[in-house]
Design a protein around this ligand. Structure first.
Ligand SMILES: [Zn+2]
Length: 414
């Protein structure tokens, strides 16, 4: 079906050959066309331009027309870092946290990721799938059109494969564009508490080959941070995973300056994520790489961490992607409008920078920049129409409000 959106107040993130990723000072630019139309044919963007350029032929080719007077149209958000397949919420732990326990203290008590692992191991695959589908519908209603989902709450071969099979079924059942990441190295499971290298052996000798053999994950991830996996262990895991054809995406420098950026860049990571602890050495390394620095402000807020130095990174010329880190422990939301708002208030990113980071650079961090993240002919029609709002700057200004009226995924109104 052809769908024509007319009288758009402003069509944002228009791409007629934008350099991807969008870096440094270029992130302050958000190309736009005022008083615009957008024509969708099937699942793709066919054409766009000023209303004055819309001829009768294109108008009559549309089976349906949406009048977007007073509304903004932009590409759907690309959330490149989530853990949205999980067994149970962890609000009781959250209350412990309010009472003063740190994330690491909760982890040492067998809470945190290990709590999620216990719940996930018990849960039937079909229940995991239903819960994850509901979460996908929820984030889609806030404007997410593409999402990366990690395993990492199984922490043994069968449970990790179970999680990855759920993600494969989500790919089949959801209209969203989905990428799968194997995060067996999310935490040391209880049964290997006194033998972490034994778990790394299990990862490299059994789990990674099984995941690769069944084609269940595009990416591999390691939580390379204080109290989780060391640089040496991360190096071994990535070496093996890259040999099996997986591309790394690393949890790095959230709790300490972990060496995670260095080991990620060494193995050609597509992204390094979190980055609350950054010095010039890490910035210089990233500048000389193709690796996307990805920031997760909802997690920094929820854990009370010092926010990552986004301004310093942008001023140095780095690109930035924004993602939600949606998970039951440290970021119980996948609302990308809130992520954009917090990027402005916590990271001092401008609305233009935050929208670039949540669309085109997010798509880059999922290997989808050629298909998603901007208004470009032949790209997949993952499109948002806002409510009637005064300006696009209103998006990061309204903390936690849903300003999206209509979500279109692959040309289909949701
Ligand atoms: Zn994460």
């Amino acid at each position: 079906m052809n769908l024509l959106i007319t009288n758009i107040k402003s069509l944002l993130q228009v791409d007629e050959g934008t350099q991807v990723p969008v870096r440094g000072s270029d992130m302050a630019k958000l190309p736009a066309i005022d008083d615009a139309f957008l024509l969708i044919r099937g699942s793709e963007i066919e054409d766009f331009g000023r209303m004055a350029e819309l001829d009768q032929q294109r108008r009559s080719s549309a089976a349906r027309e949406i009048d977007a007077s007073g509304k903004f149209v932009l590409p759907a958000f690309c959330d490149s870092h989530t853990h949205l397949v999980y067994g149970a919420s962890r609000e009781i732990e959250y209350v412990d946290k309010i009472r003063g326990l740190s994330y690491e203290e909760i982890a040492r008590r067998g809470g945190g990721i290990l709590n999620s692992a216990r719940r996930l191991r018990e849960m039937p695959e079909s229940e995991l799938l239903d819960a994850a589908l509901a979460r996908l519908n929820l984030i889609s209603s806030f404007g997410t059109g593409a999402v990366e989902i990690k395993s990492g709450y199984g922490l043994d071969l069968n449970s990790e494969l179970k999680m990855l099979r759920v993600i494969r079924r989500l790919k089949e059942q959801s209209p969203l564009s989905i990428k799968a990441t194997f995060l067996g190295a999310h935490a040391i499971p209880e049964e290997y508490r006194d033998n972490p290298d034994g778990y790394v052996n299990l990862l490299t000798e059994e789990m990674l080959p099984a995941v690769a053999d069944q084609g269940l994950a595009e990416y591999v991830d390691v939580f390379c941070d204080r109290g989780f996996f060391t640089v040496e262990q991360t190096d071994r895991i990535l070496e093996r995973a890259v040999g099996l054809g997986m591309i790394p995406k690393i949890h790095a420098n959230e709790l300490a300056r972990s060496g995670g950026v260095q080991v990620g860049v060494k193995h050609g990571a597509l992204s390094v994520d979190h980055l609350e602890h950054m010095e010039q050495e890490e910035i210089d390394l990233l500048l000389a790489s193709q690796t996307m620095p990805t920031l997760l402000p909802t997690a920094a807020l929820f854990l009370g961490l010092t926010p990552p130095p986004a301004r310093r990174m942008l001023d140095a010329g780095l690109p930035i992607a924004l993602a939600s880190d949606y998970n039951p422990g440290s970021s119980p939301t996948g609302n990308m409008q809130l992520v954009i708002a917090l990027a402005s208030v916590m990271l001092r990113m401008t609305p233009e920078e935050a929208i670039n980071a949540a669309t085109l650079n997010g798509a880059y961090a999922m290997g989808l920049a050629d298909k998603l993240g901007s208004i470009s002919r032949k790209k997949r029609a993952n499109i948002l129409i806002t409510n009637k709002i005064p300006s696009y700057q209103y998006l990061p200004y309204t903390l936690g409000e849903n300003n999206i009226e209509t979500v279109i995924i692959g040309g289909q109104i949701q």
